[in-house]
Design a protein around this ligand. Structure first.
Ligand SMILES: Nc1ncnc2c1ncn2[C@@H]1O[C@H](COP(=O)(O)OP(=O)(O)OP(=O)(O)O)[C@@H](O)[C@H]1O
Ligand SMILES: [Mg+2]
Length: 456
């Protein structure tokens, strides 16, 4: 068993089948032992397959009976592999197996349909912390929000970061997400393979950020481009919608190739609205992190997320989003729910702390109900972890909380210093002296560390 397999705790078995390989995504079929029926284990097409593990990291185990990730790709590869088997037979086999998708660039979208819940703040904090604890691995943040808030924080905060953003926005060529999108508007259906030039090294501008963190800089132009992006989804080739929805995956793939296909982790900060560029972000993502604030409308916002992406509706016959319908039609993979994060929980006093906690728990109950009927929408993690059987185990795996760190959060985001690297004491912020207390840091730093640790 190789290193990656050892790390995941997955045991090699003689019936594992590797599909694809070399560069880019590949897939591993593995029987969900011990439940796999013996006659499938003895299937000659599978048992003769080479059982070598892939050196890329394992990305967890996904049980899928209806919607396979990149289903058409998997089936095509199965057919190549088992050339003689009839299609329907191979399809049935795929259905019965756990599909493990191993990919060298796990991609996390941070999205909620509601504004101001902390998407950008958490993108900044979690990406920086993740890069700090994984110095051997590159981390890429793609800022797909025209407000460019996470870019501003990463590049140095309200003064320095904004100045750098201006400099990058006015440079020619415009090395931002909009520069890339412009390339794609000119060549919507043929990948110009220009993505690699859009990854900016953040530590070149902000020395509080680890050297392994890179950014595709956000840009307000994205808003102006959005109608042209939408226009490219139709008319055009029959699968124009699908091709346009792979633009961000192409960008990640271009960057991956320029980094010699090394493993790296991607975080995408999304815009609150379900705009075309949010759709592109979701189509490029394997996993979804949903931050929410603990207020009255959060429950509705989380429901909206589940309906828009996964078609989870509360009443039968309710209209589905075009994104959901087209993703099904073109058999495109959807991100899996990885975690939901109650953010900015205040501990100001016991009453407010209890009220916040009850909102988080209610949302947890709602998402747990989705798990009970649609567990295939979720990403059980870490890879090899047992599937949660009750509500408590479910929440332990999927529910996270981040406290409000008051002044410490403001200093962190305004100065572009990740909170886990911030020290207590007097700080000059926009010309004023403010005090960061250790107690404030202690409230949030462990939460951010726990989030970064839970991300594979
Ligand atoms: N855990 C936290 N503690 C303290 N402040 C926070 C926390 N999370 C977010 N904030 C602050 O709350 C505000 C809103 O956060 P942020 O901009 O990240 O939200 P958003 O979801 O990205 O918003 P938008 O939908 O507009 O993109 C910011 O001022 C941010 O610094
Ligand atoms: Mg934001």
């Amino acid at each position: 068993m190789d290193h990656a397999a050892q790390q995941s705790g997955v045991q090699a078995s003689p019936v594992e089948v590797r599909l694809g390989g070399g560069v880019g995504p590949s897939f591993v079929l593995r029987p969900p032992s011990p439940r796999v029926p013996p006659r499938i284990l003895r299937h000659p097409g599978l048992s003769c397959a080479g059982a070598r593990f892939h050196s890329h990291e394992w990305l967890g185990v996904v049980r899928r009976h209806k919607r396979l990730p990149h289903q058409s790709v998997i089936l095509e590869r199965i057919q190549l592999f088992h050339g003689s088997l009839p299609v329907r037979r191979t399809t049935r086999i795929a259905w019965r197996f756990l599909i493990e998708r191993t990919k060298n660039m796990p991609t996390y979208a941070i999205w909620n349909n509601k504004g101001g819940v902390g998407k950008s703040y958490l993108s900044f904090q979690v990406a920086a912390e993740y890069a700090r604890v994984h110095p051997e691995r590159r981390v890429l943040v793609i800022d797909l929000c025209p407000q460019a808030n996470s870019s501003s924080m990463l590049l140095g905060g309200m003064l320095d970061g904004e100045a750098v953003l201006n400099q990058i926005h006015y440079a020619n060529p415009r090395l931002t997400i909009s520069g890339y999108v412009e390339d794609r508007i000119f060549s919507p259906y043929v990948n110009p393979r220009s993505g690699a030039r859009y990854a900016t090294s953040v530590s070149a501008y902000n020395n509080a950020i680890p050297r392994n963190l890179f950014l595709v800089v956000g840009d307000e132009q994205l808003e102006i481009q959005s109608s042209r992006v939408s226009a490219a989804t139709s008319p055009g080739p029959q699968d124009a919608w699908r091709i346009v929805h792979t633009w961000i995956s192409d960008l990640i793939q271009d960057i991956s190739e320029s980094w010699n296909n090394e493993t790296f982790t991607v975080f995408i900060d999304c815009n609150p609205s379900f705009s075309i560029y949010t759709e592109l972000a979701l189509s490029a993502s394997d996993r979804l992190i949903i931050p929410f604030s603990a207020d009255g409308s959060s429950k509705r916002a989380v429901r909206a997320v589940l309906a828009l992406i996964f078609g989870v509706t509360r009443q039968p016959g309710q209209q589905q989003s075009e994104y959901f319908i087209n993703s099904q039609r073109f058999r495109m993979s959807l991100p899996e729910l990885y975690m939901y994060v109650g953010n900015r929980l205040t501990q100001a006093n016991q009453t407010s702390a209890a009220a916040f906690k009850s909102v988080v728990n209610e949302i947890g109950d709602e998402i747990f109900a989705v798990w009970q009927t649609n567990s295939n929408l979720f990403c059980v993690h870490p890879g090899g972890a047992p599937i949660p059987t009750g509500k408590r185990a479910f929440k332990a795996m999927f529910q996270y909380e981040v406290n409000d760190a008051n002044t410490a959060s403001v200093v962190s985001s305004t100065c572009g210093i990740p909170i886990s690297g911030l020290t207590s004491g007097a700080k000059i912020v926009l010309g004023k002296t403010v005090i960061v207390n250790q107690t404030q840091l202690d409230k949030q730093v462990p939460n951010i560390q726990a989030l970064a640790l839970a991300i594979e």
